[in-house]
Design a protein around this ligand. Structure first.
Ligand SMILES: Cc1cc2nc3c(=O)[nH]c(=O)nc-3n(C[C@H](O)[C@H](O)[C@H](O)COP(=O)(O)OP(=O)(O)OC[C@H]3O[C@@H](n4cnc5c(N)ncnc54)[C@H](O)[C@@H]3O)c2cc1C
Length: 405
């Protein structure tokens, strides 16, 4: 592991920091749970893209900069340090775009990628269904090809983040029920404004409505919008899931909340507590600090591997698991010390409280792989424990569905 910036990295960090400082009024401040004004967020992403700070690792012919993961990580660290809100098209950049880069046609890349990076088009990931989340390969949304070659899609997705604002999505469908469940899948780009697509926002316990149910009622998708071969959707989806794990778990920056930030907010109240209660809070902050160092260094190990040209391993799962757990502990602590109504941040639309943030974080421990699923990955792929028994390996999807699996 190498902790120090090289001279090039230090120069890059200084450049990014100066840009964020110069544009801090346009970029705004992270204000907690309720901050999604889509127009403002699109403008913010375009400003960062035009300056060369979005899609840094993407190839130049895909609209990116052909830069290194380390450069991207420095941007992430500096944005977190400056309190700049995250990018609105994060799912597009982290999951959908890489899938188009690896599996799309030249025509798809030309039409979609640069617009995605500038947030001219927003993207969503249409994978999970009511009966298939962790067991993604059990999905039922079906696509049937007609004699002209067009595909007709019918089914339902759920928990689709940003679908209500999205222009396009990557959509995983079942095209052949008579082979094993991982085999008969095919991926498409779907136009979210196409006839037959209905998006219904779901209200979350945080008060927000960032994700949705999406219904497909005989939605027609031209064959030119297929990503990868017919029946090869699982391999295509693995590209997406690998990128997702990296986006959510890698890089050594905190997920949602840092121990330094919480300490800053609670310091005055803690100082006013009687000494025996101060000690309890200090112990908890100390514990969070130790785990944040573990997360940071695991992230750096991953970045070191990436910068040496190696593919990310299951350590990204460990980073996400530990990161979401640490963020939840910190939010719980802040609410206990500051009280239910303490304001975390404010935007033009109103303020959000620490309790709002506390209510958002459990979702992070589910999205992109639940804690239990991540523990399975760590158990099997890091610790070498025996794999879970899988009784569905030799059955076709049709047989499994008939058996109610
Ligand atoms: C905030 C948020 C945003 C999301 N955004 C998107 C999105 O944009 N696009 C998208 O497609 N999906 C999205 N999802 C869905 C997410 O991917 C699924 O919720 C997740 O994969 C879990 O699936 P599930 O909800 O069906 O739960 P299930 O898979 O039914 O799991 C239920 C419980 O069983 C446990 N469990 C399941 N399998 C195992 C196992 N093998 N071993 C041990 N325990 C197990 C789980 O850990 C969980 O506790 C989002 C979810 C959230 C919370």
């Amino acid at each position: 592991m190498d902790f120090d910036d090289t001279p090039d990295e230090a120069a890059w960090r200084a450049e990014v920091r100066a840009f964020l400082d110069e544009h801090k009024d346009e970029l705004g401040q992270r204000a907690g749970a309720r901050e999604l004004d889509a127009t403002v967020a699109r403008r913010r992403q375009a400003l960062l893209y035009d300056a060369g700070y979005v899609g840094v690792t993407w190839p130049v012919d895909a609209g990116g900069r052909g830069g290194t993961p380390m450069q991207q990580s420095i941007i992430d660290q500096e944005m977190a340090r400056a309190g700049v809100p995250g990018l609105i098209n994060l799912i597009g950049i982290g999951m959908c775009g890489p899938t188009v880069i690896y599996h799309g046609s030249e025509d798809q890349k030309r039409r979609y990628l640069q617009r995605l990076l500038r947030a001219e088009d927003l993207w969503c990931q249409l994978f999970s269904e009511p009966a298939s989340g962790s067991d993604l390969a059990a999905l039922r949304t079906k696509a049937v090809q007609d004699e002209r070659g067009d595909w007709h899609v019918t089914g339902q997705k759920v928990w689709t983040t940003l679908a209500h604002l999205s222009d396009y999505g990557i959509l995983l469908t079942r095209t052949d029920p008579d082979v094993a469940k991982h085999r008969g899948l095919t991926m498409f780009v779907v136009d979210m404004k196409a006839p037959g697509v209905t998006v219904r926002p779901l209200k979350q316990m945080s008060g927000g409505a960032d994700f949705n149910e999406v219904f497909f009622d005989d939605v027609v998708i031209p064959d030119s919008e297929r990503l990868g071969e017919v029946g090869d959707g699982w391999r295509v989806a693995l590209t997406t899931l690998m990128s997702e794990r990296l986006t959510l778990g890698g890089g050594g920056t905190e997920i949602g909340l840092s121990v330094e930030e919480v300490t800053r907010h609670v310091a005055a109240q803690v100082a006013a507590l009687p000494p025996e209660r101060q000690a309890l809070v200090r112990q908890q902050l100390g514990r969070s600090y130790v785990s944040s160092l573990g997360i940071r260094y695991t992230g750096y190990r991953l970045l070191t591997a990436l910068s040496q040209g190696n593919l990310p391993g299951p350590e990204a799962s460990a980073g996400k698991l530990a990161g979401t757990t640490a963020a939840r502990d910190l939010a719980d602590l802040a609410v206990r010390v500051l009280g239910d109504d303490a304001v975390y941040g404010a935007t033009a639309d109103g303020s959000s409280t620490w309790q709002d943030l506390q209510a958002v974080l459990p979702g992070m421990a589910i999205a992109g792989g639940t804690n239990e699923v991540l523990r399975n990955i760590i158990g099997e792929r890091v610790l070498g424990l025996p794999p879970e028994p899988r009784a569905d390996k030799d059955k076709t999807f049709r047989e499994l569905a008939a058996a109610g699996a």
